[in-house]
Design a protein around this ligand. Structure first.
Ligand SMILES: [Zn+2]
Length: 278
C-alpha cells in the first residue's frame, strides 16, 4: 500500500510544481492560446468520478498499464496546465448536460428495448443528440491536450483543431470525422461498483477507422476520429443518425472490461482517507 500512496503523492507534488513552472514561463491556454493564469480542468468531468463511489468514502479509478499503475484514487483526474478560467467555463454547459444524460437522469430519459425477455438497447426520444455529441468531443479534446498519464492514450493530432471548434462554435455542425456510439452496461447487484468505474480512454481501430473508447461511468462510448466510415451496423446507431438516440445494452459481467476492473480493484489497496486529494 505505501508504494501506491507514495507514488500518487509524488505525482501530486509534481503537478503543483508543473503549474507554477507553466505560469512563470507564460504558458498559454490550449483553447484560446492567450497567456493567462491556468485553472484546474477536468477532461472527464468530476461528476463521473464522484459517481464511481465504491461503496465507501473512496472513489474508484482504474487504468491500464499505458496510463501507469492501476490504482484507486479519491478524486477525478484534473490537469492544471491546459485551460484558462474563461475557457474552462465554455465546457460547463456540455459537462452538465453529459452528466445529466449519462449519470443522473439516464433511467428517466431512456427506456429499455427488448428482444424477447432480453434488454438489447436503451432508447430515448428526448435527448439533445447534438449537445451530447459535443460533450463527448469536448472530453476527447481535453484528454488530447492533457499531458496527464491517465490520458496518454489520446492524441487527436491533426483533428485537434476541428475538435476545439466543436466547443467554440456551437452553431456549426459537428464534422463527420467525429461520430459516436453509446453502450450502456447493465449490471446487477455488487457489479454496480465495477460497472461505474472510470478507466482511461484507449485507442483502437474498427475497420480502417481510428476510434477511442471513452468510459463515462456506466456508459462506454466509441468515438470515431477519422474520415473513414464506421461499419453500417454502428453507423445506423451513432448519435444523431436517427430521431431516437440508442445506447446498446452491454452485458457487463461477461465483458473483458469487467474482468479487468475486478482484478484491478481486488489487487489495489484503498487510499488513506486523510490524504489530500490531487
Ligand atoms: Zn483560454
Amino acid at each position: 500500500m505505501p508504494h501506491v500512496a507514495g507514488e500518487v503523492q509524488a505525482y501530486s507534488m509534481a503537478s503543483s510544481k508543473l503549474v507554477k513552472l507553466r505560469m512563470s514561463a507564460g504558458y498559454s491556454c490550449r483553447l484560446c492560446n492567450q497567456q493567462r493564469n491556468l485553472v484546474k480542468a477536468h477532461a472527464i468531468p468530476e461528476a463521473f468520478f464522484r459517481a464511481s463511489k465504491s461503496g465507501s468514502e473512496h472513489l474508484l479509478m482504474v487504468g491500464n498499464t499505458r496510463a501507469g499503475a492501476p490504482r484507486r484514487m479519491p478524486i477525478g483526474v484534473y490537469d492544471p496546465g491546459i485551460l484558462c478560467g474563461d475557457c474552462e467555463t465554455l465546457f460547463g454547459e456540455y459537462d452538465d448536460y453529459g452528466a445529466k444524460v449519462l449519470l443522473s437522469r439516464f433511467d428517466e430519459l431512456f427506456s429499455p428495448v427488448y428482444s424477447g425477455a432480453k434488454t438489447i438497447a436503451f432508447e430515448s426520444t428526448s435527448v439533445d443528440q447534438d449537445k451530447l455529441l459535443r460533450f463527448i468531443v469536448s472530453v476527447l479534446w481535453r484528454a488530447s491536450v492533457s499531458t496527464l498519464p491517465f490520458y496518454s492514450g489520446v492524441d487527436l493530432a491533426g483533428f485537434a483543431n476541428q475538435a476545439a471548434r466543436v466547443v467554440l462554435n456551437p452553431d456549426q455542425e459537428v464534422p463527420s470525422v467525429f461520430e459516436a456510439v453509446l453502450w450502456r452496461w447493465h449490471a446487477i447487484g455488487g457489479m454496480q461498483t465495477y460497472a461505474g468505474s472510470i478507466a482511461n480512454p484507449v485507442r483502437q481501430r474498427i475497420g480502417i477507422a481510428n476510434v477511442y473508447r471513452l468510459y463515462l461511468g456506466q456508459t462506454m462510448t466509441i468515438i470515431k476520429v477519422s474520415g473513414s466510415r464506421l461499419p453500417p451496423a454502428m453507423e445506423s446507431l451513432r448519435i444523431g443518425a436517427q430521431s431516437s438516440l440508442f445506447a446498446i445494452a452491454g452485458d457487463f459481467a461477461s465483458s473483458k472490461d469487467f474482468e479487468t476492473m475486478v482484478s484491478i480493484v481486488r489487487n489495489s489497496p484503498r487510499w488513506p482517507s486523510k490524504r489530500k486529494p490531487i
